[in-house]
Design a protein around this ligand. Structure first.
Ligand code: FAQ
Length: 311
């Protein structure tokens, strides 16, 4: 560690400036970013699976086109994020190996199954809604390549959230059976969605340091509260209720109070024992193995061109 470089780094962080790939940075800052950005990338890629499950069963051509576009966007988000992580000196192969061997984390939410078409709407509304709430502050995080990647990602997430809400509004205008399907999906996804923001601030290992470094601009609990406040109002318009009897407006706080989160369930899922963990990982490993011939062909093509260029 070089004290002069450290002072320059601290001054840049304190002034709210951006750290760029070639700038000096403490090793622990680099490691934290690699961890968070790669987990985020893995979440986008694994997050394609629950929705991909419904592409062939979308009820209309319009809904199918929307869903296809959304899932492709998620693939794109994963790729920009891997590229942002690579600027920190790790290779994509290393990151993917960590995912495929089960060493890397990805968001807990993607280990829940999408059982009905209403789940697709609820994933857009709640899961993308939670994702945007967490990602808007990341557009201003201190690491330039991550912050810039987040700008475009947030624009696309906003479309994702709105298509989900629109899908649900349509279903709520349909039959009683459709309305029941929406309510059932909300009942299953509400708690996992508010868990997405991570442990309470007091139990969050990385929060204090990440806040100091300007990576985390708003805390886990504050983001969760903002999400609950915004979403409960949207639920009223939709005509659904959240599965939480303790959810009620608190005039003094100016926020909604809500019930206790089941952290045992959260950690169980994070540690690989949720309903979908085994299948999700197996699907990613299979996709990687099935794609081996494409990677080999691309490398061979590049080798031939290099050989021709150097003649
Ligand atoms: N799931 O100390 P903290 C999307 C872990 S959105 C699993 O608070 P930190 C879009 C955490 O890694 C979803 N693990 O950690 C989409 C740490 O473990 P570690 C992805 C979780 O990093 C929508 C430990 O708990 N978004 O993909 C979770 O300061 C629809 C202690 O926690 C992002 O990744 C969780 N929910 O704060 C795609 C956003 N929460 O690493 C398809 C970027 C916590 O020490 C369809 N990430 N953990 O082993 C972040 O903002 C942060 O990393 C937090 C966690 C806020 C997620």
């Amino acid at each position: 560690e070089n004290p002069a470089y450290q002072a320059e780094f601290d001054a840049k962080i304190d002034a709210g400036g951006y750290i760029e790939a070639k700038d000096w940075m403490p090793e622990s800052y680099r490691k934290t970013l690699v961890r968070q950005i790669s987990q985020h990338a893995h979440s986008e890629i694994v997050g394609m699976l629950p929705e991909g499950n419904w592409i062939t069963r979308a009820p209309t051509l319009k809904r199918k086109a929307i869903l296809l576009a959304k899932v492709q966007d998620e693939g794109g988000h994963g790729l920009y994020l891997y590229a942002a992580a690579e600027t920190l000196g790790v290779s994509r192969d290393e990151l993917l190996d960590a995912l495929h061997s089960g060493r890397a984390k990805y968001s807990s939410i993607f280990n829940y199954p999408t059982l009905t078409w209403a789940d697709i709407g609820v994933v857009g509304w709640l899961v993308d809604g939670a994702a945007i709430m967490n990602q808007i502050p990341l557009c201003k995080c201190s690491y330039g390549p991550y912050a810039r990647a987040m700008v475009r990602i947030c624009k696309e997430e906003s479309f994702h959230q709105r298509q989900g809400y629109d899908l649900l509004l349509t279903m709520m205008k349909g039959t009683q059976e459709q309305r029941d399907m929406v309510q059932d999906a909300v009942n299953r996804w509400w708690w996992p969605s508010i868990m997405m923001f991570g442990p309470h601030d007091k139990d969050s290992t990385h929060s204090a340091q990440s806040a100091r470094w300007g990576i985390k601009r708003i805390s886990n609990d504050d983001l969760r509260q903002k999400f609950v406040d915004a979403t409960v109002e949207q639920a009223k318009v939709l005509g659904v209720t959240m599965p939480d009897p303790e959810l009620k407006w608190n005039e003094a706080r100016g926020h909604y109070d809500f019930g206790a989160i089941d952290w045992d369930e959260f950690w169980n899922v994070v540690n690989g024992h949720g309903q979908g963990n085994v299948d999700r990982l197996a699907a990613r490993v299979k996709a990687w193995d099935d794609g081996a011939w494409v990677r080999e062909a691309a490398l061979e093509y590049a080798r031939k061109h290099d050989a021709r260029d150097s003649q």
